[in-house]
Design a binder for this molecule. Structure first.
Ligand SMILES: Nc1nonc1C(=O)NCc1ccc(Cl)cc1
Length: 243
């Protein structure tokens, strides 16, 4: 899986890619990220990337030319790619979309804006606009990293054995179950005995029940198309809660 990032702050992207799961996946060569500094695609001596807005108003607007020059340079290899603009106006990103991007197997070219916006004519070169949530960030870089991180985790070999954890919970559409590790007791708070029992069947059932409890509490909207088994556990849970 290949990613390309267009940004005026390449260090922001590069430093994140040195660490953890994504860092290891890149070192293993199962993913590749190329970061392009927009200022390298300017033509003036001040390497300007922004200008005053037509129509007036506060702030600056990013010029189209550096993006156009960078995209023309990148696209000269003729490889199929999906050009994604990160902005609050985009389609809402989710695990489902991460899987969609992964399965498409196209290079993802991520355009990160700053300032008040990018000249609207950028849309002529964009395949898709994506938002990671309804809040305003200072630039698209964090959103680009969210997409890279979530898609890289889907590549076989990217995770160690954590993938099983990924499979167990949110990937199946529920929130995660509680996790514990040593010590067995901390400040009077004990690890649930079931987790010390070694009874893997019971533990799996407990984890599913706690995942449903968390989902019912924080994201009831995710409780749809439940299997008969899950519905049984949910009913048990509701009768416990309503005691
Ligand atoms: N929410 C989000 N989901 O994706 N991106 C965002 C976001 O806030 N970007 C900030 C941003 C994006 C473009 C420009 Cl030109 C300036 C600032």
């Amino acid at each position: 899986m290949k990613f390309e990032v267009l940004t005026i702050f390449p260090e922001v992207i590069e430093c994140y890619l040195k660490h953890g799961v994504v860092g290891r996946a890149l070192n293993k060569g199962i993913a590749e990220v190329k970061v392009y500094n927009l200022r390298d695609f300017t033509t003036d001596r001040h390497r300007k990337v922004d200008d005053y807005p037509y129509g007036g108003g506060a702030g600056m607007v990013m010029q189209i030319e550096p993006f156009y020059n960078a995209l023309r340079h990148i696209k000269s290899d003729g490889i199929p790619r999906k050009v994604i603009l990160l902005s609050p106006q985009g389609r809402r990103f989710s695990q489902r979309i991460a899987k969609e991007f992964y399965k498409e197997e196209k290079t993802l070219t991520l355009i990160c804006g700053r300032y008040e916006g990018i000249d609207e004519r950028i849309k002529a070169f964009v395949d898709e606009e994506i938002s990671i949530g309804d809040y305003v960030l200072s630039g698209g870089e964090l959103a680009a990293l969210v997409i890279i991180d979530s898609v890289v985790r889907l590549i076989p070999g990217a995770l160690g054995d954590e993938l099983s954890a990924e499979e167990d919970s949110f990937m199946k559409g529920f929130l995660d179950y509680p996790h514990y590790t040593r010590p067995e007791e901390f400040e009077g708070m004990r690890v649930p005995d079931i987790l010390l029992s070694g009874d893997h069947k019971k533990i799996a059932l407990w984890r599913k029940k706690e995942a449903l409890r968390n989902t019912l509490k924080n994201r009831p909207d995710l409780l749809k198309n439940l299997s008969a088994e899950d519905m049984k556990i949910l009913k048990e849970l509701c009768s416990e809660i309503n005691k």
